[in-house]
Design a protein around this ligand. Structure first.
Ligand SMILES: [Fe+2]
Ligand SMILES: [Fe+2]
Length: 282
């Protein structure tokens, strides 16, 4: 429990912070020191791993292992394109993306390190994972064509942004504070991905691939991206909200994502399949 005397936590998940501190849609206004939602709303955030209750500790570790795993996996996926992307600028952005993902993996591992030997054990395991051994399907698939790079960064990195936004202002201060920089870096990745697909549609082989190839990549990656939000009615996601770690259920986050992505894809002349198409996790 937090050591300072602060307002007692309400029994429901209602946001109870002062109006000036209320979270805005899709993000926060500015960093605040109190937990803003869940069972502990109004209580001061946890600032050190030692004071975190056991259940929250387990969940943070689990979430950070998955987070770090996706960051390290995407480096393996991007790697072959560092020196074979179609243009010099694309190669440079590929190099930037790889550097960013390495930093994000490091950031997630720093949170794991807060949890001492237990966290270090997970880091050691993460560093030995090879292609095909990762937790989520989207991170075990190769980038066979340049369109895969475009669609992956457009769809899958965008899911990552929703996961990171869910941690913004979460109950563990060090985790919440890591989010703004990660989010701004991810924004570059997903804008780049959409732009790759747009250039394929508009310029075809003059740039790379074709509209058909871009559409095939949409069919390939969009379902895997939707799967990444996890099962609807997941007890873990509900628990993460109660504990003040995540802001939305899997289904709520997936619905927000669909609303954002649909107009972007139709504006570049491509079509999204139905949300149920080729799904593995519903
Ligand atoms: Fe990342
Ligand atoms: Fe990324």
């Amino acid at each position: 429990m937090p050591s300072e005397s602060l307002p007692s936590a309400p029994s429901t998940g209602a946001v109870s912070a002062p109006t000036s501190q209320i979270l805005k849609e899709g993000g926060t206004i500015e960093p605040v020191r109190e937990i803003l939602w869940g069972e502990m709303a109004g209580v001061r955030k946890y600032e050190s791993a030692e004071e975190i209750p056991a259940e929250m500790r387990r969940l943070i570790i689990r979430l950070m292992v998955v987070q770090a795993d996706t960051e390290f996996a995407s480096i393996q996926q991007h790697r072959p394109w560092l020196d074979s992307a179609p243009s010099l600028e694309d190669r440079w952005i590929e190099a930037r993306i790889v550097a960013d993902e390495a930093r994000h993996g490091l950031q997630a591992c720093r949170i794991l390190r807060d949890f001492g030997e237990e966290g270090q054990k997970y880091i050691d395991e993460l560093l030995t994972k090879k292609e095909g051994e990762h937790k989520l399907d989207a991170f075990n698939m190769k980038f066979e064509r340049w369109s895969d790079v475009g669609a992956f960064t457009c769809f899958v990195d965008r899911v990552g942004v929703y996961q990171l936004r869910a941690f913004q202002e979460c109950a563990y201060g060090p985790l919440a504070r890591a989010m703004p920089l990660m989010l701004s870096e991810e924004q570059l990745h997903l804008n780049f991905g959409l732009n790759v697909l747009r250039r394929m549609v508009q310029q075809g082989p003059k740039y790379a691939g074709s509209k058909e190839e871009a559409q095939e990549a949409v069919q390939k990656w969009f379902p895997r991206a939707l799967d990444m939000f996890g099962h609807s009615n997941s007890d873990t996601s509900r628990k993460a909200i109660e504990l003040g770690l995540k802001r939305w259920t899997n289904e709520e986050a997936r619905a927000r994502y669909l609303k954002e992505i649909a107009p972007l894809i139709s504006a570049i002349g491509l079509e999204l399949p139905a949300p149920e198409y080729d799904r593995h996790i519903l």
